[in-house]
Design a protein around this ligand. Sequence first.
Ligand code: SF4
Length: 404
Amino acid sequence: MPSDRTRTRDACPGALTTHAADDGALARVRLPGGRVRSSQLAVLADCAEALGDGTLHLTSRANVQLRGLRDTAALAERLADAGLLPSATHERVRNIVVSPASGLVGGLVDVRPLVTELDVAICARPELGALPGRFWFGLDDGRGDVGGAFDDRVDVCWRAVDARRGSVLLAGADTGVRVGVSEAVDVLVDLAAAFGHHRGEAWQVRELDEAQRGAVLASACGDRGDGAGQRAERGEDVVALGVIAQDDGRCAVHAGLRFGTATAAQARLLAGTADEAIVTPWRSVLLPGLDPGDAAAAQRRLAVAGLLLDADDPAATITACIGSPACAKALADVRADATQAISELAARGDVPDGAAHFAGCTRRCGRPPGPAVDVLADGDGYLVDGDTVPAGKLAEALATKGRR
Ligand code: SF4
């Protein structure tokens, strides 16, 4: 196990440690559980407009990125004033992904209180401030939409198995450890601390070998697990786009965003619709707690503003990295090519059966969790699940992957 972890720098951006991209500084603002108050969302919209490229870019860790920034000090001040920067030392490690609809509809346990508890616990442990910025905590309310075998990027996850207990997952594998709801937060932060101790140069648990994972588990959980490492399967899929009936009789609106981006105007519209917004790992937004009539009206307003409320809209199934010209590594303007493919699919009435992700290089940034058709720029055109396809034939290639 290499011991010199300073040889490679953690380049994962935060709100204070920004990344220099080709289109300017890039900041990533952590939103534990994806939750953001409407007043905070409005601040993010103002920041994007006044200081950046005018757009909020959602991430598959349910965070928000601001790009094209010209004044990062002013950004930090605005974020701190809005309560979006509670810890300067831990701001990059508050990556907590949660079943987005928990406490609204379905699920075995309402994990929302655990999000706050976990966020506080992470920030209270000084050693966790040194975790890599891409380290990822997960809380699954039992529906199986976070951190299972379909997404080994979630490093440590607690998944409810009934109303009182949950399983502990490491990089998507069930460790065999079962702990109660009241123990979940302590176990997750202990696992994170153990990872920090045993990680060597690894950035994530999935990079550890079996012996290292065993050491992490033993440090945090003793001999409580059987270490079986079974796959933790995917359960229910993400809640559908549109109006959703909550268990309490109220409604939520689930709005998709083209390429996971919202203009400042769209973000303000979202902020004006509900008291809070929940950014999902699918780079969409849930707006909870609405009266049924208000939800129906909101759905219409949001659709007119260009948000995606219909699962049969091809734009709702296609994601893409930023591509060129914003990213120097990109071999194509993937969003332009994806937009063209979406238009052609819509004109043909074809909806690809499942997700597709366009990427400008093999890093495949922003790839959604779960299965997705791989659309990879190769300099001449694209490789679609490995098959060479010219840029002008992408809609055809995606349509042949299945029709609804
Ligand atoms: S996948 Fe490659 S081209 Fe796309 S944003 Fe990431 S690094 Fe850039």
